[in-house]
Design a protein around this ligand. Structure first.
Ligand code: B1M
Length: 211
C-alpha cells in the first residue's frame, strides 16, 4: 500500500477527521484515483476498526469518531466518484432498515448512484418498512434500496419486501439490497430482486435495472 493510503487508514483509525480530509485531498492531488483512495485508504482503515471493535479492543465512541473521519474523507471523494458519460434517469428510495443505525455504506451507495445520474431520496437510518412503501408510492420510485449491517436487522429487509407486496406495488419497483451480512441467497429467500456486495456494483445494477 502506498504511504499516503496507509496514512489515511491510520488517521481514520485514530478518528482524525481533519487530517483524513487533508490527506484525501493530497492523495487526489497526487493523481491517485478516487476508488483506490476509498478502498485502500478509507475502507481499509474502517475494516481495522471493525476487527478491533469485534475483539473489544475499541468501543463505540472510537468507532463513532472513526466513522466521522470516514465521512470527512468520502465527502472529498464524492464529486470524483461520479462517473462521466451518459446519465441515467430514474428514482431511487434508499434507507437503512428499522433498528439499524449504520449509514456509511448506504451513503456510499447513494453517492455512487447519484454519480450515475439517478435521483436518490435518502430516508436515513432506522427506517420502518411502511416508510419505504409510503415514499416509494409518493415519489413513484423505480427502485427501493435497503441497507442492513446487523444480522439482527437484515431480516427487516424481508419485512420491507412483504410491505411492498401488501401495498400492491411489487411490480412497479425493483428491490435492491445490500450490507455486510446480506448475501445473494438471502436476497432470493426473501423475494428481493438484486443483491450487490458494494456501492459501485449497486450503482451499476441500478442503472441496468432502470434501463
Ligand atoms: Co457497528 N457493527 N454496531 N457501529 N459497526 C458492525 C456492523 C459489526 C460487524 C462490528 C463487529 O462486531 N465486527 C457488528 C455487527 C455484528 C453482526 O450483526 N454480525 C456491529 C455491532 C455489533 C454494532 C452494535 C450492536 C454495537 C453495540 O452497540 N454494542 C451497534 C448497533 C447500533 C444499531 O445499528 N442499532 C453498532 C454501532 C455502530 C456505530 C454507531 C458506533 C458505528 C456506525 C456509525 C455510522 O454508520 N454512522 C458502527 C460502525 C462504524 C461499525 C463498523 C466498524 C463499520 C461499518 C462501516 O461503516 N463499514 C462495522 C464493522 C465492519 O463492517 N467491519 C460494525 C464501512 C462501509 C463502507 O461498509 O457499511 O459494509 P458497509 O458497506 C459496504 C457494503 O456492505 C455495501 O457497500 C459498501 C461498500 O461499498 N453496502 C451495500 C452497504 N449497503 C448496501 C446497500 C446496497 C448494496 C450494497 O444496495 C441497496
Amino acid at each position: 500500500m502506498s504511504n499516503i493510503l496507509n496514512e489515511i487508514s491510520q488517521n481514520l483509525q485514530q478518528g482524525r477527521a481533519k487530517a483524513v480530509k487533508e490527506l484525501v485531498e493530497k492523495a487526489v492531488g497526487e493523481g491517485i484515483d478516487a476508488k483506490t483512495i476509498l478502498e485502500q485508504g478509507l475502507i481499509a482503515g474502517m475494516s481495522v476498526i471493525g476487527e478491533k471493535f469485534k475483539n473489544n479492543e475499541v468501543y463505540v465512541p472510537q468507532v463513532l469518531i472513526a466513522a466521522r473521519a470516514m465521512k470527512a474523507g468520502t465527502e472529498v471523494l464524492q464529486p470524483l466518484l461520479a462517473s462521466s458519460g451518459v446519465k441515467a434517469k430514474g428514482k431511487v428510495v434508499i434507507g437503512t432498515v428499522r433498528g439499524d443505525l449504520h449509514d456509511i455504506g448506504k451513503n456510499l451507495v447513494k453517492m455512487m448512484m447519484e454519480g450515475k445520474g439517478l435521483e436518490v431520496i435518502d430516508l436515513g437510518v432506522d427506517v420502518p418498512a411502511e416508510k419505504f412503501v409510503e415514499k416509494a408510492i409518493e415519489e413513484k420510485a423505480d427502485i427501493v434500496a435497503c441497507s442492513a449491517l446487523l444480522t439482527t436487522t437484515m431480516t427487516e429487509i424481508g419485512t420491507v419486501v412483504d410491505a411492498i407486496v401488501r401495498a400492491g406495488i411489487r411490480d412497479e419497483v425493483t428491490i435492491m439490497i445490500g450490507g455486510a451480512p446480506v448475501t445473494d441467497s438471502f436476497c432470493k429467500q426473501i423475494g428481493a430482486d438484486i443483491y450487490t456486495p458494494d456501492a459501485a456494483s449497486a450503482a451499476e445494477a441500478a442503472v441496468k435495472a432502470i434501463s
